[in-house]
Ligand binder design. Structure first.
Ligand code: ZN
Length: 49
């Protein structure tokens, strides 16, 4: 089973998932697929792992 985590976009509040191995606990900025907002995962109001 793929390891993913869910983030919430701080701008549009939509949830989307990312692959943990590639992205979790990195400085990589996430790209919201709904509003194209780029944000750091620490800015997400909610993260589900
Ligand atoms: Zn968004």
């Amino acid at each position: 089973m793929a390891s993913i985590f869910w983030v919430t976009c701080p701008r549009c509040r939509q949830k989307f998932y990312c692959h943990t191995r590639d992205l979790r606990h990195t400085e990589w900025k996430l790209l919201c697929p709904f509003c194209q907002n780029r944000f750091h995962q620490d800015e997400s109001p909610e993260i589900l792992e």
